[in-house]
Design a protein around this ligand. Structure first.
Ligand SMILES: [Zn+2]
Length: 134
């Protein structure tokens, strides 16, 4: 346990049982208090995890975005055309081909084998965007 946690725990106990408990826990400890203490410990620990998850945010383009949200957004961004899609129709293609329905029609349809080879896919996309920029 780190010092912060101990300090918070001591504060929680103090609020409940008074300073004496901190000064000498054993002097008035009972089975019931022990159980309450363990419950409290669990609560504090769980709250700690919750707030950690909540606060775990990533600085993305200058905005703080909750990590969970970001992952969800990333899942909805087509890796082939980098378009963000809310369309549930795209989920099917995203799950199966790692791209949106538009990219499926454009790049994958009839060439599923090339697409399924990640090296060829990357080379193909690189060439595609290379040509597009020139
Ligand atoms: Zn796409």
């Amino acid at each position: 346990m780190d010092l912060n946690k101990i300090a918070r725990l001591e504060k929680a106990i103090a609020q409940k049982y008074g300073q004496i408990a901190i000064a000498n826990p054993r002097s008035f400890w009972t089975q019931q208090k022990e159980e309450e203490y363990l419950e409290e410990l669990k609560d504090i620990y769980q709250n700690d995890i919750k707030s950690k998850e909540y606060n775990e945010k990533i600085n993305k383009d200058g905005f703080l975005v909750a990590k969970k949200l970001l992952n969800r957004e990333r899942d909805r961004t087509c890796p082939a055309c980098f378009t963000y899609s809310f369309n549930p129709k795209d989920d099917f293609y995203m799950n199966k081909y790692d791209c949106c329905s538009k990219c499926y029609i454009k790049f994958v349809e009839g060439r599923e084998e090339r697409w399924s080879n990640l090296t060829e896919r990357v080379e193909f996309l690189a060439a595609y965007y290379d040509q597009g920029e020139k």
